[in-house]
Every structure is written in structure tokens, then in C-alpha cells.
Design a protein around this ligand. Structure first.
Ligand SMILES: NC(=O)C1=CN([C@@H]2O[C@H](COP(=O)(O)OP(=O)(O)OC[C@H]3O[C@@H](n4cnc5c(N)ncnc54)[C@H](O)[C@@H]3O)[C@@H](O)[C@H]2O)C=CC1
Ligand SMILES: O=C(O)C(=O)Cc1c[nH]c2ccccc12
Length: 352
């Protein structure tokens, strides 16, 4: 990877390569943009196959956070960190060393719990840095709020594409029944949707079958089901050249980050198949909105108002995409970039 070329193209401000021998630590903190406020993004721990893969993940996820905050209209910038490690080798020393790197950024980057980190791990990080949120779970953790936002976004997409406000009998395929997926299934079930679900953990599929009468399918079957909506709530990169031709759903609305394998190509493939894609960073902003509110002093009414906005924002994005004949992904990027440019312009005026 030609690093500065990539960073120039993607627009990152700063990338911190955190390295140490005792303890052995390799982590990357990517700060994409702080025009709207301090960069926020949870930290993910993953046994990446290569350092390039880790860097790519950090770069793309952090840019997604910038767009996420801008589309959610909160004064926050975008960042993300990845720790390159096997979850089996997590130690207190590792997280403390990582916490010192976060502290060294003096609040330019504020982080918390993402894939393979437990609340306990985040508490360990917070022994070394004050720039961690979501540790005390004052608001019940971000996942239920994320799920509520995804539910509203799914509803907006169904209304736009299928011209119905009633979810009764709507067939929805949910991939991944973790903290977000299960909460989403509950909302959908309560509104009369018919669920088709998959997870690599049989305990989780059994639970959702029992609680919400869902039909359980094998992980690879989820793409080709004859359903109205596909809701990816597990992994990134699942919308790609292999899966898209198999998709029969006309709406994609789920929580996973980086759902599109190759953003432009696969965004266009979905549009060509007349599948309405709710951009991941717009629909899954509930978690970020929740931790942001915790940071500034939790106010449930304000937090829910901001999450409820996801519905209107998505309708605006779908409308923009249709009118300009562009992908929904490009329409949301435009919305985010407009807001960021405006904020930069205001800052320049303030200096003068
Ligand atoms: N928790 C939050 O507030 C937010 C979560 N997200 C994203 O949403 C997604 C889900 O988040 P959580 O529910 O918190 O994570 P989680 O780790 O609780 O759940 C993920 C689930 O996906 C399952 N899974 C893994 N590989 C799978 C496969 N190949 N097929 C089917 N299922 C598979 C896992 O067994 C697990 O049950 C993640 O991609 C996360 O990055 C995005 C924004 C906020
Ligand atoms: O939406 C994402 O990908 C996030 O990283 C949201 C998030 C969850 N917990 C956090 C703690 C600090 C900053 C962001 C988050």
C-alpha cells in the first residue's frame, strides 16, 4: 500500500502506529477527521492476517466514523483503533500499554468497546486514560440503542422501497444474533415481521427461535432467501460480487460496519439490482449517539431524539439518491461531506 497516497485520497489527519516490546503491542489508531469535534471510535481487537489488513480496517472504519457522526448531526469527528492480537492472548499489561497511547493523544481520540473487547478490558484501558467512554454503562450500553436506530432505518427503507408502513408479515432475514441482532429481532417480532435468522452460535439461534418464532437457516443460506429485507448484523464485507447476485431481498438494512466489500463497485451492483441499501454508517449510528450523550451528560430524551432522526435522515438520503441517480452510499457521503465542509468554513471565519 502506498501509504501517503492512500491517506491523501481517504483524507486522514493522523495515524498512530503504537508499538512496544514489553508488553508486546501492535495497534493502529487512525484519526480521520476532527473538523466537527474530537475523533470518536471504539477499539477492535483482531488477529489480522497481515498488517496491511489491519491498517485497511482502521482507515476504512475511521472514515466511516466521520461520516457516521456527520450524518447523525453530532459534533464529533471520526477515528477508530485496531489492536493486532489474538483474543486468547489478551492481558492487563496489553490494555494498559494501549491506554497510555490513547492518553498521549490528549483527547483528540476518544474510544471504547468494539469487537473482542469486554467491558472489563475497557475498564483496564481506563486505568491509564480518561479518554474512554461507555465504561460505566450508565445508559445500558450502546447495543440496544443501535438496534432501535436500525429498526427505524429499516422501517424508512421499507416505506421508501416497498411503499408500506406496516411491517406485519414482512419477511426479514437477520444475519448475526449478537447484542444488536437480538434486540432488532425483538422489535421486528413485536411489529409482526416474519423472521429468518442465522448465527454461527447454535445457542443464539435457538434462543431467537424460541423467543420470536424465527426460522433458523445455515449461515451461507441467509443471502439467497426469498425475503423482503436482508439485515446484516454480524460481519463487514458481506455485500460482494459473490453474495450480491444471490440476494432476492429488495432492501438491505443492518447494523454491521463496512458492509460493502468494495464501496463503489458493490454499491453500484446493488443499485443495478434495484436493491435499496441503507448505508451502514447512517443506520447504525445509535451506538455512537449513545456514547456521545454519555460523554456530555446523559439525557435520555435528547439521545432518543437524535436516534429517531436516523429515520428522517435516511428518507432524505434515499430521496437524494433517486433524484440525482446516484447510489445511496454516495448520497450519504455527500450529506456528510457538505456538513464537514460547512463546519470547516465556520472555523475559518471564526479565526478571522
Ligand atoms: N454494538 C453496537 O452498538 C454497534 C455495533 N455495530 C456493528 O454491528 C455488528 C453487530 O454488533 P454486536 O451485536 O454488538 O456484536 P456481537 O459480537 O454481539 O454479535 C455478532 C454476532 O454475529 C455472529 N456471527 C459471526 N460470524 C457470523 C457469520 N459468519 N454468520 C452469522 N453470524 C455470525 C456472532 O456469533 C455474534 O452472535 C458488528 O459488525 C458491529 O461492528 C455497529 C455500530 C454500533
Ligand atoms: O459505531 C461505532 O463503530 C462505534 O465505534 C461506536 C462506539 C461504541 N462505543 C464507543 C466508545 C467510544 C467511541 C465510539 C463508540
Amino acid at each position: 500500500m502506498n501509504l501517503f497516497e492512500t491517506v491523501t485520497e481517504m483524507g486522514h489527519e493522523q495515524i498512530l502506529f503504537c508499538h512496544g516490546k514489553d508488553p508486546d503491542i501492535k495497534a493502529i489508531i487512525a484519526i480521520h477527521d476532527t473538523s466537527l469535534g474530537p475523533a470518536m471510535g471504539a477499539t477492535r481487537l483482531w488477529p489480522y492476517a497481515s498488517e496491511a489488513a489491519a491498517l485497511k480496517d482502521a482507515l476504512r472504519l475511521s472514515r466511516g466514523m466521520t461520516y457516521k457522526a456527520a450524518c447523525a448531526n453530532i459534533p464529533v469527528g471520526g477515528g477508530k483503533a485496531v489492536i493486532i492480537a489474538n483474543p486468547e492472548n489478551k492481558t492487563e499489561d496489553l490494555f494498559r500499554a494501549y491506554g497510555r497511547f490513547v492518553e498521549s493523544l490528549k483527547g483528540r481520540f476518544i474510544t471504547g468497546q468494539d469487537v473482542n473487547l469486554t467491558p472489563e478490558d475497557v475498564r483496564t484501558i481506563s486505568k491509564e486514560t480518561q479518554y474512554v467512554v461507555g465504561v460505566e454503562e450508565r445508559s445500558g450500553g450502546p447495543a440496544p440503542v443501535t438496534a432501535w436506530g436500525v429498526f427505524l432505518g429499516l422501517k424508512a427503507a421499507v416505506e421508501f422501497r416497498l411503499q408500506t408502513e406496516n411491517l406485519k408479515g414482512l419477511r426479514v432475514a437477520v444475519q448475526g444474533l449478537g447484542n444488536v441482532g437480538q434486540n432488532l429481532c425483538r422489535h421486528l417480532h413485536e411489529h409482526g415481521a416474519k423472521l429468518f435468522v442465522t448465527d454461527i452460535s447454535p445457542d443464539k439461534t435457538e434462543q431467537v427461535k424460541r423467543l420470536f418464532g424465527a426460522t433458523v437457516v445455515e449461515p451461507d443460506e441467509i443471502y439467497s432467501l426469498d425475503v423482503d429485507v436482508l439485515s446484516p448484523c454480524a460481519l463487514g464485507g458481506i455485500l460482494n460480487s459473490e453474495t450480491i447476485p444471490r440476494i432476492k431481498a429488495s432492501v438491505i438494512a443492518g447494523a454491521a460496519n463496512n458492509q460493502l466489500g468494495v464501496e463503489v463497485l458493490h454499491g453500484q451492483m446493488l443499485a443495478a439490482q434495484e436493491i435499496l441499501y441503507a448505508p451502514d454508517y447512517v443506520i447504525n449510528a445509535g451506538g455512537l449517539i449513545n456514547v456521545y450523550n454519555e460523554m456530555i451528560g446523559y439525557n435520555e430524551q435528547r439521545a432518543f431524539k437524535q436516534v429517531n432522526n436516523i429515520y428522517d435522515t435516511l428518507l432524505e438520503i434515499f430521496d437524494r439518491a433517486q433524484k440525482q441517480d446516484i447510489t445511496t452510499n454516495d448520497a450519504s457521503k455527500q450529506l456528510a461531506e457538505d456538513r464537514i465542509l460547512k463546519a470547516r468554513h465556520l472555523k475559518t471565519l471564526a479565526v478571522v
